[in-house]
Design a protein. Structure first.
Length: 93
């Protein structure tokens, strides 16, 4: 317990170096399945595969961001309407 506390005190987040791992064959299959429900340009798919070649996690972020943008783009936009009604409190004599 004390050792963990001491490590937390001297822990410097700037010294942490992120390690990236290429996507596995299973990861590539999952990425492909995510794209199957949508019509996407081939260069987007190839870009995801190229990113997955050196960083699997980044490829999943890329796919998720692209699909979120695509879904929001295709979502019907609701227009806000202001409804004005005549007031019955005032009579025009």
């Amino acid at each position: 317990m004390y050792k963990a506390l001491i490590e937390d005190i001297f822990h410097d987040p700037e010294e942490i170096e992120e390690t990236t791992f290429p996507a596995t064959d299973k990861d590539l299959l999952i990425l492909t399945e995510k794209f199957l429900r949508f019509e996407i340009p081939s260069k987007v798919f190839l870009q995801a595969i190229a990113i997955a070649d050196y960083d699997g996690a980044a490829a999943f972020r890329y796919v998720d961001n692209y699909l979120t943008t695509l879904k929001n783009k295709n979502k019907p936009k609701h227009k806000k309407l202001l409804v004005l009604g005549a007031s019955t409190r005032f009579d025009n004599n």
